[in-house]
Design a binder for this molecule. Structure first.
Ligand code: E4P
Length: 216
């Protein structure tokens, strides 16, 4: 499973990248706004900085909702760097745009996916990634990870090549459960990734080894 970081914060991206396990970055308009990045020119500059910083795919989200607008915006974003992936919302014109991008060899990530039916449509349209938002599903008292499992089964049965990018991950257990459920990628803030390190027996064991090594 690939690890993407879900942020537009450059310090967090650098820290995750320094670990040597980062495979890519996802952003969305809310994450850009959180960093105070506004306006087309500043947003494009920020995507350039992020996509220069990491080797893997960087999802850059369109804000247009009509076919022509999504395609025009996506073409500009894709021109920033070869590792930019155009993030397109799961709407009717979005599906049409995903197919257009697929026909024109521009990589895409279909976002705001909350059902298996939507994931089938995204795959049919040729999306490279599909992003089910598992945390937001959990927030409404459904099990988000069950959706990952269902999509993974359908894609395996049907031979779809779209990668399942588990998004809206809120904690380290989500990452473990997504790995079990067959996600190809998980994207989350830095904290749940660092949470995977934690185990008290590791700390106790290391303290003992170090003490023994010093002959104490
Ligand atoms: C990633 O592609 C999504 O934009 C993101 O994971 C949404 O996460 P949230 O539900 O925590 O806002």
């Amino acid at each position: 499973m690939k690890f993407f970081i879900d942020t537009a914060n450059l310090d967090q991206i650098r820290e995750a990248n320094d670990l040597g396990i980062l495979d890519g970055v996802t952003t969305n308009p809310s994450l850009m706004a959180r960093e105070g990045i506004r306006g087309e020119e500043n947003i494009a500059k920020h995507y350039k900085t992020i996509s220069d910083l990491v080797k893997g795919d960087v999802s850059a989200e369109v804000i247009s909702t009509d076919f022509e607008g999504i395609v025009a915006e996506g073409k500009k974003l894709a021109a920033i760097n070869p590792n930019i992936v155009v993030k397109v919302p799961m709407i009717k014109d979005g599906i049409k745009a995903l197919k257009w991008f697929s026909d024109h060899h521009i990589k895409t990530n279909c976002t705001l996916v909350f059902s298996a039916g939507q994931a089938i449509l995204a795959a049919k349209a040729g999306a490279n990634y599909v992003s089910p938002f598992i945390g937001r599903i959990d927030d409404s008292s459904w099990d988000g990870v069950e959706l990952i499992e269902q999509i993974a089964n359908i894609y395996a049965i049907q031979g779809f090549e779209t990668e399942i990018l588990a998004a809206s991950i809120r904690n380290s257990l989500h990452i473990v459960r997504c790995a079990e459920a067959g996600a190809d990628v998980c994207t989350c803030p830095l904290e749940p990734i660092l949470g995977l390190l934690k185990h008290p027996l590791t700390d106790i064991g290391l303290a003992k080894f170090l003490a023994d090594a010093k002959g104490k």
